[in-house]
Design a protein around this ligand. Structure first.
Ligand code: ATP
Ligand code: MG
Ligand code: MG
Ligand code: MG
Length: 470
C-alpha cells in the first residue's frame, strides 16, 4: 500500500506509543539553552539534557518527529535523491531504559510489518567491533551474515567531542539497479542513491573523555533517526525525496510558475529541487521566529531565501514567487505542524519583504557579477577581489556564499580575506556615521536593529551623512 507522508508520520508515532513511548511534539528549530548548535539538526539534539542526565525526561521512552535543518548538506541539494536542507526526522529514544535488542527488533518490525517493505531489500550495517548488534541482526532477526555490513568509525560510530557516544546500526534499502551508479563495486555504503540509508540506530553506551578513552555508561541510551521523506521515498517507490506526495505538490508548483517541465533537463531539475527544498526550510524557519539577517541563523535563512530566488531566475521566473510558494508548503505540512497555519500571514509577509528587497538588486547584481567574471576571464585571474565581492554584498545584497557558489560553477574563487577587510572597514565607517547622525539629533539605532547592511538604502543614507560631515 502507498502511504502518504502525513500518514507515515502518524504510523511511526503510534507504533512507538504502542511500545509505551511518550509522543512529544517537534521542538522548535531554534535550540533552547544550547550554544553549540545554530539550528536543530536531529531528533536527538533537543533531547540532549535527558541523555546527559541534566534534566529528568517526562518518560524513559520518548518518540518524536522532529523538524531538522542541515545546512551542511546544502551542496548536495538537488543533486542527490536523498538530501534536503530541511527534513523531518522520526525517532524513538530510550533514556536508560531498553537497549539494542528492543531497538533493533522494533525498527525491523516497523519497516517490514507496519510499513510493509520487502525484507530482502533491507540491509543493516553495524560498527566494526559491535558483535552484539551483529548477533542480534543475525540470530534474533534472522538476517544472513553476508547481508550485514560492518563499517568503521566514520559511518557507524556516533561521537561529538567528549560525552556520551556509541556505535550505531544503520538500515539501508536497495531501490534497485535503475538507481545505481553502475560501478562494479556498487554496494551498501556506495555514495550513489541505490542503497539509500533510511534509519540510524545509535546505541549510546560509552562515555568518552575526548582523548580516546571509553568507559561503559551505567545508563545506556537509545537514540534513533529516520528521515520521514526518505522513508516515504522508498515506500512510494519514487525517484527522490522531491517526488513524495507532499513535496511533489510543491515541485509541481515550481514547474508551473517557471513554465519548466520536470525531468527534461538536468540543470532545470537541480534548480527545481533547490527551490522546492529551500522554500520548505524558509517557511519552517520563519514559523519558528527566525528572521532574515546577516548573522547566525538569520544569515542561514537569508542565504537560503536568496539562493532560492537565484535558482528561480535560472528557471526563468521573473519577479517574486517565493511567498506564494510558501502557501503550498503550509498546505502540505500543516497536518503535522499546525504552527505553519497559525503563522501563515507572518510567513507570507516576511518572505514578501525579503524577496522585495532582493528583487530590487538581484538582476543588476547578476549582470555586474557577469561583468566581473568576463574581466577575470580576460585577465586570466582565478580569484575575485574581496572588494568586488563586498560590492555585490553591500550594494546588491548577495550573501558571500551565493557569490562564491555562482563563481565556483565557473571555476573561480573569492578572496575572502580581503572581503572580510572590506566588511570591517565599512563597519568602522558606519560607526563614525552613527556618531555624526546622533550629533544631528537623529536616532539611527532603530534602523541598526533592522539590519544595516541589507537595507541598502539605509547604508546609503548612513554614508551620505558620513560624507557630508567630513
Ligand atoms: P547520509 O549518509 O545519507 O547523508 P547521514 O548518515 O548523514 O545520512 P544521520 O545523521 O544518520 O544521516 O541521520 C539519521 C537519518 O536522517 C538518516 O538515516 C536519514 O534517513 C535522515 N537524513 C539525514 N540527513 C538528511 C537530509 N539532509 N535530508 C533528508 N534526510 C536526512
Ligand atoms: Mg549526511
Ligand atoms: Mg550516512
Ligand atoms: Mg547515518
Amino acid at each position: 500500500k502507498q502511504y502518504g507522508v502525513n500518514e507515515l508520520r502518524k504510523m511511526f508515532l503510534e507504533f512507538f506509543e504502542g511500545k509505551e513511548h511518550l509522543a512529544m511534539k517537534s521542538f522548535s528549530l531554534v535550540p533552547h539553552n544550547d550554544n553549540s548548535l545554530l539550528l536543530i539538526n536531529s531528533g536527538m539534539a533537543p533531547l540532549k539534557p535527558y541523555f546527559t542526565g541534566q534534566e529528568i525526561p517526562p518518560r524513559k521512552r520518548v518518540t518524536t518527529c522532529q523538524k531538522c535543518i542541515r545546512t551542511g548538506d546544502i551542496e548536495n541539494i538537488g543533486k542527490t535523491a536523498r538530501h534536503g536542507t530541511f527534513f523531518e526526522m522520526l525517532g524513538n529514544f530510550s533514556f536508560g531504559d531498553y537497549f539494542k535488542h528492543e531497538a533493533i527488533a522494533w525498527s525491523w518490525e516497523f519497516l517490514t510489518e507496519v510499513v510493509g517493505l520487502e525484507a530482502d531489500r533491507l540491509y543493516p550495517s553495524v560498527y566494526l567491533e559491535d558483535d552484539e548488534a551483529f548477533d542480534i541482526w543475525n540470530k534474533e532477526i534472522g538476517i544472513p551474515a553476508e547481508r550485514i555490513y560492518r563499517f568503521g568509525k566514520e559511518d557507524n560510530f556516533w561521537e561529538h567531542g567528549s560525552g556520551p557516544c556509541g556505535p550505531c546500526s544503520e538500515i539501508y534499502y536497495d531501490r534497485g539497479e535503475k538507481y545505481g551508479c553502475g560501478k562494479p563495486d556498487c554496494k551498501v555504503g556506495c555514495e550513489c542513491d541505490r542503497y539509500i540509508e533510511v534509519w540510524n540506530n545509535v546505541f549510546t553506551q560509552f562515555e568518552s573523555d575526548g582523548k580516546g578513552n571509553y568507559a561503559e555508561l551505567e545508563q545506556k541510551n537509545i537514540d534513533t533517526g529516520m528521515g520521514l521523506e526518505r522513508l516515504a521515498t522508498v515506500v512510494q517507490d519514487v525517484d527522490s525525496i522531491f517526488d513524495v506526495d507532499t513535496i511533489q505538490a510543491l515541485s509541481r508548483k515550481v514547474c508551473e510558475i517557471s513554465g519548466k517541465e520536470y525531468k527534461k533537463k538536468y540543470e532545470w531539475d537541480v534548480s527545481i529541487r533547490i527551490v522546492t527544498d529551500h522554500i520548505r526550510s524558509a517557511a519552517f524557519m520563519i514559523s519558528d521566529g527566525i528572521m532574515p539577517t546577516n548573522e547566525g541563523r538569520g544569515y542561514v535563512l537569508r542565504r537560503i531565501i536568496r539562493r532560492a530566488a537565484r535558482h528561480g531566475r535560472l528557471l526563468g521566473v521573473e519577479g517574486q514567487f517565493l511567498a506564494d510558494l510558501s502557501k503550498t508548503v503550509i498546505e502540505g505540512s500543516k497536518d503535522g505542524y499546525p504552527e505553519l497555519e497559525e503563522k501563515k500571514d507572518f510567513i507570507f509577509n516576511v518572505l514578501t519583504q525579503e524577496e522585495t528587497k532582493f528583487n530590487k538588486t538581484i538582476d543588476q547584481g547578476l549582470v555586474i557579477l557577469g561583468e566581473m567574471e568576463a574581466s577575470m576571464e580576460k585577465d586570466g585571474v582565478k580569484e575575485l577581489a574581496g572588494g568586488d565581492a563586498f560590492k555585490l554584498y553591500d550594494t546588491y545584497g548577495f550573501p558571500l556564499d551565493l557569490t562564491k557558489e555562482i563563481l565556483e560553477e565557473k571555476g573561480f574563487t573569492v578572496d575572502e580575506k580581503s572581503f572580510a577587510e572590506a566588511m570591517q572597514e565599512q563597519k568602522v565607517k558606519a560607526r563614525s556615521a552613527r556618531k555624526a547622525t546622533n550629533y544631528m539629533g537623529a536616532d539611527v539605532t532603530v534602523y541598526e536593529s533592522i539590519d544595516p547592511a541589507v537595507t541598502t538604502q539605509f547604508v546609503g543614507y548612513d554614508r551620505l551623512v558620513h560624507d557630508s560631515k567630513i
